[in-house]
Design a protein around this ligand. Structure first.
Ligand code: FE2
Length: 197
């Protein structure tokens, strides 16, 4: 199966000024496209060619000889989630089901946001911070480079890209400010809520 770049649900300038058009042009149009092009080249004419993206990630994650496949497949999956986790005029109140689950598992919304931001800040170098379902409970984790919580048996429902290509044009080195803006003005909580089931 040939993988293709998913179309965004919003225009490249629709997240401005929180995330500008140039960032989306490069991040979606160039970085994400490159992961997909590399992945297609890696799996062409191999036994991976007919597997689903999730199966490719799981089949390559523990095999060092397949690190090229894993890195590009996982980054394709991670970015697919990331784009859907944002919307113009995002942030704000969460749907009741999600809010109740977060309060139940983190004590309150502020605790969750503090944990999520801290995970993003303390991810040394490139990587991601996540909200995932693990054995029925919501957990915040961070991963390096292309890795994601799928490979540890969790279901990610919110992911924030903390590679510099995601924030350097808009926030330079100010990753904490990017994480604040992501949570308060970009997250599509309705989409996150829809992944609870
Ligand atoms: Fe990225």
């Amino acid at each position: 199966m040939e993988f293709t770049l998913p179309k965004l649900d919003y225009a490249n300038n629709a997240l401005s000024p929180i995330m500008c058009e140039e960032t989306l042009d490069l991040h979606h149009g160039k970085h994400h496209q490159t992961y997909i092009t590399n992945l297609n080249n890696f799996i062409k004419d191999t036994d991976m060619a007919n597997k689903s993206l999730e199966d490719i990630i799981l089949a390559s994650s523990k095999d060092n000889s397949k690190s090229g496949i894993f890195n590009n497949a996982s980054q394709h999956w991670n970015h697919n989630l990331f784009w859907q986790c944002m919307k113009p005029n995002g942030g704000g109140n969460m749907p009741p089901k999600l809010e109740k689950k977060i309060v139940s598992d983190f004590g309150n919304i502020d605790n969750f946001k503090k944990d999520f931001k801290q995970a993003g800040i303390t991810q040394f170098g490139s990587g991601w911070c996540w909200l995932s379902i693990n054995n029925g409970k919501l957990v915040v984790t961070k991963t390096a480079n292309a890795a994601n919580p799928l490979i540890d048996g969790m279901k990610p429902i919110l992911g924030c890209d903390v590679w510099e290509h995601s924030y350097y044009i808009d926030y330079r080195n100010r990753r904490p400010e990017y994480l604040d803006k992501f949570l308060d003005s970009l997250v599509n909580w309705e989409f996150v809520d829809s992944l609870l089931d």
